[in-house]
Design a protein around this ligand. Sequence first.
Ligand code: ADP
Ligand code: MG
Length: 317
Amino acid sequence: MSTDLALPARERAAAPDTGAVPPDPVLLRVADLTVTYGTGEDAHVAVRGASFALRRGERVAVVGESGSGKTTMGLAIAGLLTAPTAVTSAAELVFDGRALERGPARTVPVRTPGLSMVFQDAMTSLDPVATVGSQFAAVLRGAARLSNKAARERAAEWLVRVGLTDTARVLHARPYELSGGMRQRVMVALAMCGSPRLLIADEPTSALDASVSRDVMDLLTRMTQEEGASLLIITHDIELCRIYTDRMIVLYRGEVVDVCATAHVEQEATSPYTKALLSCVPTLEAADLDRLPTLGEFVPEAAAGVAEAPPAGTAAA
Ligand SMILES: Nc1ncnc2c1ncn2[C@@H]1O[C@H](COP(=O)(O)OP(=O)(O)O)[C@@H](O)[C@H]1O
Ligand SMILES: [Mg+2]
C-alpha cells in the first residue's frame, strides 16, 4: 500500500526555483482516523485507524461494499459527525495546512472553509422549501460576501456553467419543482460556488441510470478541474472509479486495506479483498463465464454475509 505523496521527479525538476516556498502538494492528510457509533455494549466501530492523503487537484475514490464505512469516513472528514451519535478521533487530520478540530467531545458540526460535500440524493443536500436562488445567496454571501444582487448574478453564472440555461426560472424554483437531473446539477453548482478546494461526493450517481451517471461524473470532473479542486468520490462502482479517478482507497469493514493508483490497481493491490472487488465486476472478457466469482471465494469471512449487517433503522450505502 503506497501513501507516499512526494512529487514525481519529473515534476520536481520542472518546478522553477523562485526561492518561494512551494505549496504543500498534499491537500488532506488523514492518519489513524477512527469513528465509533454508540457507546458501551452498543458501540460499533465504523472506521478503524484509516490513514491516507489526497493531493491538490487529485481525484480519489473511496470504494467498498455497503456498510464498509465509506459515508462515515466522508462525514467525519467534513466535520458532520458529532457526539453523542458518533465519536471521532485521529492522530492527524490536516486540511490545506490547518489541523481540523475533530475532537471526541465535539457536539456541533463545524463547517470547514474550503470543503464541501454532496450526497447521493440531491434532496438531501438541498433545502426543500427554499428557492434555489436563496440557497445560492446563503452560500455566496457567506463565502464571497456578495450583495443580494451580485449573488443572484453569480448564481446565474454558476447555473450556466453546470449546463442549466433557463436561469431565471431555476433561481425562482424550489427543488421539488425541478427534474432529478436538474437538481443534481444545481447541487453541484451550489457545492462548487464557494470555491472549495475539496469536494466530497457521496455516491452522487447511485440513484441515477447509466447515462445520467456519466453526465454527473463528467460534470463533477469538469467543475473540480476548472476550479483546481480535489475530488473525493465515495462509490461502490469500480467501473466508474476506473474511468474517473487517479487513485483508489479500498475500505473493508471500516479498515483501509489498500491505497492504489487506479491505473495500476491490479499490480499494486495487496489485499485479497481488493482483488475480490476487481474480479466481481463483469467485463466483456468474462462474458463467457457461466457465473461471476463471489467475494466469499476470495475473503473467507465475507462468505457468511459480506460486511456486518447494518443495525435496524440505519441506512447503509
Ligand atoms: N448513525 C449511525 N448510527 C449507528 N451506526 C451507524 C450509523 N451510520 C452508519 N452506521 C453503521 O456504520 C457502518 C458503516 O456505515 P456507512 O458509513 O454508512 O457505510 P457505507 O457508506 O460504506 O455503506 C455500518 O455498519 C452502519 O450500519
Ligand atoms: Mg454510504
